[in-house]
Design a protein around this ligand. Structure first.
Ligand SMILES: Cc1cc2nc3c(=O)[nH]c(=O)nc-3n(C[C@H](O)[C@H](O)[C@H](O)COP(=O)(O)OP(=O)(O)OC[C@H]3O[C@@H](n4cnc5c(N)ncnc54)[C@H](O)[C@@H]3O)c2cc1C
Length: 384
């Protein structure tokens, strides 16, 4: 009898892969150390308000990839909805991403798109020709006033370091729009699964060829029992931190509950140092088809992740990328194991990218099943 594959992690990466393999007749065991499926996308009803809460922060699904969109459509009814974000600071409350409305409001003007573009150009610090870090990149492209109002303090709160310590690359494409479009994402499809992300993932895993075991941490000794292992846990943990710990930021949440609307929008960034949290999200706005008299607001406090913490955002600082480079040969040498998902690749990946990568992994494994060797995800390379 053909051995099953082992999939470590019942987050989106592992669950999509399990389902794509099952659809092709391949059986799998999916294990997760948590007591629930869906990983970081996990959502559940708040008992006090009845609102479905995205427990690890707000998740809007967006994609322009037809295959990805068709795949997720199979597991729930989707509500099309455009994500819009706001921010607040000492200068006022503004729309994000920075657009013509934001610019006109900040400078008290009625600029046309061309005038706004010319104004931003006049603010640019042209003495910086080759930006050496994120601060210089921002000063070069939007000037000091916009940089300090929207970027500097938020970055320090979010990443725990000055933008001067971050690579210029991370702000290479600064989101400034010279029109009134405040749709946060550019993608063709955008929305929320109407029964929540947890139900979406449960539905994916609901297949006779998939067995799910929760509260089940992975051990390397398990590898021998399976035809292949797909590992979506933290890369450094897999190798017992042999090349050191990769840096992550984690987030602590503070809940606030009340009657009616507490914030008036789904997502509000706090872009100055007057408060220690980075943003707050009012979760009933992520289920606009539901009616709720009460509401729940989650404030996010970002901090450095320790080993016991949930790893939210890979920091990918130069020292991290050096360690990642040292892990690559170990990954290559690991026979019969593939590293998938955001933790296995040590890279921030939106959900559609994870779905796409897992569907491709299933394709690749099915095509090469006979000599299933190591399939390294491209995104694990430090250059990307
Ligand atoms: C705050 C925040 C907001 C986000 N918002 C969006 C958004 O709006 N839109 C969007 O597209 N994407 C968003 N994302 C990204 C989204 O969360 C990821 O794309 C998605 O969670 C990736 O799924 P994954 O399976 O790779 O990882 P995870 O969801 O982390 O799943 C990995 C699973 O592996 C399990 N695991 C790890 N190690 C072990 C082990 N040793 N043994 C057993 N199990 C193990 C974990 O418990 C976990 O369940 C956001 C991410 C964060 C952090």
């Amino acid at each position: 009898m053909q051995k099953r594959v082992l999939i470590v992690g019942a987050g989106l990466a592992g669950s999509v892969l399990a389902r794509a393999l099952a659809d092709a007749g391949v059986a799998s065991l999916v294990i997760d150390r948590r007591e629930h499926v869906a990983g970081m996308c996990y959502s559940s009803r708040d008992p006090e308000t009845g609102v479905d809460v995205h427990r690890f922060g707000p998740h809007t699904f967006h994609t322009s990839n037809e295959r990805v969109w068709q795949f997720v459509q199979r597991f729930d009814t989707w509500y099309s909805c455009v994500a819009r974000a706001m921010c607040t600071n000492a200068r006022g409350v503004f729309c994000l991403p920075i657009n013509l409305h934001t610019i006109n409001q900040l400078f008290g003007k009625r600029f046309t798109p061309a005038e706004a573009r010319a104004h931003i150009e006049s603010l640019q610090d042209k003495s910086i020709t080759t930006p050496a870090n994120a601060e210089e990149q921002l000063l070069r492209f939007v000037g000091r006033e916009i940089y300090e109002t929207f970027f500097r303090d938020y970055t320090i709160k979010q990443w725990g370091v000055s933008p001067r310590e971050l690579s210029a690359d991370i702000v290479k494409r600064i989101p400034v729009r010279f029109n009134y479009d405040n749709n946060y994402f550019f993608d063709k499809y955008q929305g929320y699964p109407m029964h929540g992300y947890t139900a979406l993932v449960q539905s994916m895993l609901n297949h006779p060829l998939i067995e799910v075991k929760l509260n089940s941490p992975y051990e390397r000794a398990m590898n021998t029992e399976f035809a292949h292992v797909f590992y979506s846990g933290p890369l450094d943990a897999y190798f017992d931190y042999a090349e050191g710990e990769l840096g992550y930021r984690t987030v602590d949440f503070r809940y606030e509950r009340g009657v009616g609307d507490l914030q008036g929008c789904s997502w509000l960034n706090y872009t100055d140092m007057s408060v220690p949290f980075t943003r707050a999200h009012e979760h009933k706005y992520f289920s606009p088809w539901e009616q709720h008299d009460k509401s729940v607001l989650l404030y996010e406090y970002s901090r450095e992740a320790g080993r016991g913490d949930d790893a939210f955002y890979p920091k990918r600082m130069p020292a991290d990328l050096q360690k990642l480079a040292a892990y690559l040969p170990l990954m290559e040498a690991e026979q019969g194991v593939s590293f998938i998902g955001r933790l296995g690749c040590y890279r921030y990946l939106d959900m559609h990218l994870v779905v796409d990568a897992s569907l491709r992994y299933a394709d690749a494994w099915l095509a090469h099943r006979a000599d299933a060797g190591v399939l390294l995800p491209k995104c694990a390379t430090p250059a990307l």
